[in-house]
Design a protein around this ligand. Structure first.
Ligand code: NAD
Length: 247
């Protein structure tokens, strides 16, 4: 059990990569608060987890992640319930594929709110609740945060920002024993990818030396490593989990 006695919060925990992180952490002994965009979906995910892992210690929350006070209140709720927060996973995110000429200010505002402000708010609330006792913050980046992508410029821009937040906060929070890392998945089989046109998916798969898309579990395993004491001297890293995708 790599996370015995730990308390974790996972945003975007209702499905896809986030859900795999939630179940992986619970199987390794953690108590997990999963966050969804609505209380109803968070509650449904909690029920699903309990069906899969009957003795799971899990709760569902739905703070507005773009609202700093709401995120802080959610983490306070977790601390009141379970006494602390050791691990904060800022995973919620949306993607975009709109070409630049059709891109609107509203598109850009949305990606900033969901993919950047939410990460910053999660890091800040976690740093406050972790105090001087230390912890692990892990953000979900993407391979497009290294390579960019051909359309939907706001999405890779948001992941470059996530990398910047991760590397900077590792340096700022290191003296308080709070490690800050990111995982950069490649193409991973979730709803986000199911929403892409098949042509784009095939094109993406042809660039993967390991010959297949990643699974949510492949990605969750990297989160487990970074959350665990096995990564006690790892901070400020953006870990690619992309089968060495060549874009
Ligand atoms: P998904 O669409 O299956 O799940 C997204 C999660 O984010 C859901 O739990 C959803 O409730 C939550 N979410 C979305 N908008 C939200 C909002 N406004 N407020 C609160 N929660 C919100 O996607 P996924 O593929 O599991 O993606 C998870 C993360 O992984 C994202 O940050 C995404 O950018 C990143 N990522 C995914 C891939 C991929 O190929 N699937 C690749 C690289 C990075």
């Amino acid at each position: 059990m790599q996370l015995e006695g730990k308390v974790a919060v996972v945003t975007g925990g209702t499905r896809g990569i986030g859900y795999a992180i939630v179940t992986t952490f619970i199987r390794e002994g953690a108590k997990v608060a999963l966050c969804g965009s609505r209380q109803q979906t968070a509650d449904a995910a909690v029920e699903k987890v309990k069906e899969e892992i009957p003795d799971a210690c899990v709760m569902g929350l739905a703070p507005d992640l773009s609202d700093e006070a709401a995120v802080e209140a959610a983490l306070d709720e977790v601390r009141q319930e379970w006494g602390k927060v050791d691990i904060m996973v800022n995973n919620a995110g949306i993607s975009q594929a709109t070409p630049l000429v059709d891109y609107t200010p509203a598109d850009f505002d949305k990606i900033i709110d969901v993919n950047i402000k939410s990460v910053l708010n999660g890091c800040q609330a976690a740093a406050r609740v972790m105090g001087e006792t230390g912890g692990s913050i892990i953000n979900t980046s993407s391979m497009v945060g290294t390579y960019g992508q051909r359309s939907g410029v706001g999405y890779p821009a948001s992941k470059f920002a996530v990398n910047g937040i991760t590397k900077s906060l590792a340096r700022e929070l290191g003296p308080r024993q709070i490690r800050v890392n990111a995982v950069a998945p490649g193409v991973t089989a979730t709803d986000m990818v199911a929403a892409l046109p098949e042509k784009i998916v095939k094109q993406l798969e042809s660039t993967i030396p390991l010959g297949r898309m990643g699974t949510p579990q492949d990605v969750a395993n990297a989160f487990l490593f970074l959350a665990s004491d096995s990564a006690s001297y790892v901070t400020g890293v953006v870990l690619p989990v992309d089968g060495a995708t060549m874009v």
